[in-house]
Design a protein around this ligand. Structure first.
Ligand SMILES: [Zn+2]
Length: 245
């Protein structure tokens, strides 16, 4: 039995499955990993462009980076991996997804339970008065989008050094603590506190299935079954194997 079949067998036996996703699942949607050589952080120093302090100091400067980021994110469409996870959720197999991505592609594909660990680009908030805007409302305001109060809006993404939104870590921990299988897709889960989630699942007796292009620090430590390949191929094949197709 190969690792894909072993993973499918584990999922078929599991009453609850949770998923942790990262940048690797969206590469085929046209979003390069921000931390890769071609990524955003090779051209914009995150400490200078992606901290709350930087935004408060010079929001116009930070918006030059944000405009480029949003352009890439908005052009992206869900791929076969996002769709396969929708299929597994609809079939009652997957209970929820914790994603480190801010691209909103899980929701765009149709996944219902998505915990956006680092926030998302689909809404914006005013740091001056707290008013929230949808992306569509903000787009109509131009770039960078001003709030009615005069301050500039900031996408509801978690900047470097910012806390994970209230309750989100607890909800993510509950989801992973209760699953019998955790799928880790397209991430090496090195960034805290998301890096705790595979271990939390493991401590509660879950089987950890890792789907990545290359082995990571998870492989051989927390991972029970490693399935190698790009997410759009492996997640799709896994969902098909689980459904017996
Ligand atoms: Zn405002």
């Amino acid at each position: 039995m190969n690792n894909l079949d072993r993973a499918a067998a584990a999922i078929r036996r599991a009453p609850r499955v949770a998923v942790l996703t990262g940048a690797g699942i969206s590469v085929a949607s046209g979003i390069p990993d921000f931390r890769s050589a071609a990524g955003l952080w090779s051209r914009y120093d995150p400490l200078e462009y992606a901290t709350l302090r930087a935004f408060r100091r010079d929001p116009r400067k930070v918006w030059r980076m944000l405009a480029e980021m949003l352009e890439v994110l908005e052009a992206a469409r869900p791929n076969a991996a996002h769709r396969a996870l929708v299929h597994l959720e609809t079939a009652g197999v997957v209970q929820g997804i914790v994603t480190q991505n801010i691209d909103g592609l899980h929701q765009q594909a149709g996944s219902a339970t998505v915990l956006e660990f680092h926030g998302g680009c689909r809404s914006l908030s005013c740091l001056g008065c707290g008013r929230r805007y949808t992306r569509g409302e903000a787009r109509a305001l131009g770039l960078p989008p001003p709030c009615g109060c005069g301050a500039l809006l900031k996408p509801d993404i978690v900047f470097f050094g910012e806390m994970i939104p209230d309750g989100l870590f607890d909800a993510s921990r509950r989801l992973t603590a209760r699953c019998a299988v955790l799928l880790v897709v397209g991430t090496s889960a090195e960034v805290a506190p998301a890096n705790q989630l595979p271990w939390i699942a493991k401590q509660h007796g879950a089987t950890v299935v890792e789907l990545n292009v290359e082995e990571t620090q998870l492989t051989g430590t927390v991972t029970d079954i490693f399935v190698q390949g790009p997410a759009e191929a492996t997640v799709h094949a896994l969902a098909a194997a689980v459904s017996g197709e």
